[in-house]
Write a protein that binds this ligand. Structure first.
Ligand SMILES: CC(C)=CCC/C(C)=C(\C)COP(=O)(O)OP(=O)(O)O
Length: 442
């Protein structure tokens, strides 16, 4: 199946190149010269060639406009690439019985991914309105155990959660990676997702949320500034670089981030690496807002929290989707406003699921974290149950809007975009599944 996709993609890339300016074509040829020696690498190179064509000055703009204008003209043939795959017997149970039977009749099992659709899903103790959410594409407890065990070994090495590794094990960030990235069976790539998420969460626990772990609002901003250095080393500055190095080595959270980002660099293109770094840094602006509110004892209005939360969400985790899938979504497509909005909607929906699951735990805290349920209850003067219902409605709206955007964007003749949005759909489903079962929220 991968070979078919690779051939289709190569054909499409050739058609695209034909309408580009000569310079862009040269760049495509240059990219092909560096071509892969194996099948996976060949697919990546075609995607890279497409990217090269897309950034060519005029050609790039024209190509992007063409891509976004839907399946007319040339696009009609390109639509063939991303079109529904023929039904594959046993597709939904492929991978050694790994996949659950899908409730939808037509399954796209192209390049290791498919859509099991969306559904109203019960959550918590079942007493609240259901969350409208994608159906989980894959539950594979064997693979989850393998990735989680590797993650715990890595955590032991870098030193995070040193005195609570059993709890860290039961939190299951490795299981989250397997649930949230159903289009990858590669334990090393799944480990990468698990490491990045565990490192982000370590920052959150050690610097922002957990007083027991040393988190304080006034130390948070300078600590986050060091995280940026751990992920993206600044240029050498003489003796100051050695001092920075010592600081980075002294803090297990920074060691974890450095190690996870080094792993990322082994699998991702420079543009993917910087996309992930910059998204992390943008998320920190919201963290500093929470820290200020916490320090001043202020309770923000819901609109203000929600605005901050939209940039502090599982959008950050979703930036890993194509890296873990072993391909690259063109930067100009990733940042196209319609794509960006859809991924932000999905990231925010997923983080509302987090707030719903953590509300009880956070309400019990002397100095509660910002949480949408608690803030709605405070602002509306209503019960936590009523506030949770409002949050559910908000979540469902984000998911439905994402779904509508995904359908509209399916007209764009880019197999990478289609796959990426399917990956976002998969992430929402996996995040839902994990929050309902992780020990972290019990
Ligand atoms: C994994 C990741 C991108 C973490 C960054 C921040 C984030 C969205 C969370 C850690 C989730 O928010 P919150 O701090 O409320 O999470 P917990 O309830 O502490 O799990």
């Amino acid at each position: 199946m991968d070979r078919v996709a690779a051939v289709d993609r190569a054909a499409a890339a050739t058609e695209v190149a034909a309408v580009e300016k000569a310079a862009a074509v040269d760049k495509v040829a240059a990219a092909r010269d560096v071509a892969a020696v194996d099948e996976d690498a060949a697919v990546e190179k075609v995607a890279a060639a497409t990217d090269v064509a897309a950034v060519g000055e005029e050609g790039g703009g024209a190509r992007l406009r063409w891509l976004l204008s839907g399946p007319t003209g040339l696009g009609a043939s390109a639509a063939r690439i991303g079109g529904a795959a023929p039904a594959v017997p046993g597709a939904c149970t492929g991978g050694g019985g790994r996949f659950r039977p899908s409730p939808v009749p037509f399954i796209t099992r192209l390049g290791g991914h498919f859509s099991p659709g969306y559904a109203e899903r019960e959550w918590g103790d079942g007493s609240f309105s259901p969350l409208y959410c994608p159906v989980t594409a894959r539950i594979d407890e064997g693979l989850a155990r393998e990735v989680n065990d590797r993650l715990v070994a890595w955590a032991r090495e870098v030193g995070i959660y040193a005195d609570q590794l059993d709890r860290f094990h039961d939190t299951g960030f490795g299981r989250l990676a397997v649930l949230a990235h159903p289009d990858s069976d590669d334990p090393d790539l799944l480990l990468l997702a698990a490491q990045m998420n565990a490192a982000w969460w370590a920052c959150d626990d050690y610097y922002a949320d957990e007083t027991d772990l040393g988190a304080t609002p006034t130390e948070l901003p300078p600590r986050l500034a060091l995280v940026m250095s751990a992920m993206d080393a600044p240029p050498p500055a003489g003796k100051y670089t050695a001092q920075l190095g010592e600081a980075l080595e002294a803090d297990p959270v920074l060691v974890a981030l450095d190690s996870a980002t080094a792993h990322l660099r082994r699998h991702a293109t420079p543009s993917q690496v910087m996309r992930i770094c910059n998204t992390t840094f943008q998320m920190y602006v919201s963290w500093t807002a929470y820290a200020a509110w916490r320090h001043l004892g202020e309770v923000p209005p819901v609109w203000r929290y929600l605005a901050a939360r939209q940039h502090d969400s599982f959008y950050t985790s979703m930036t890993l989707i194509d890296v873990v899938g072993g391909y690259q979504l063109d930067g100009n497509l990733f940042y196209d406003p319609r794509v960006h909005r859809a991924v932000m909607q999905a990231g925010t929906a997923s983080v509302i699921v987090n707030d719903l699951h953590s509300a009880a735990k956070e309400a019990a805290d002397d100095l509660p974290d910002c949480n949408v349920v608690l803030l709605i209850a405070a602002e509306e003067g209503c019960s936590l149950e009523e506030a949770a219902e409002t949050a559910v409605a908000l979540h469902n709206r984000f998911v439905r809007d994402f779904e509508a955007g995904q359908k509209e964007l399916a007209r764009v003749p880019s197999p990478e975009l289609r796959r990426f949005l399917l990956g976002v759909q998969g992430w929402m489903a996996g995040g839902f599944e994990w929050h309902g079962s992780s020990d972290r929220y019990k």
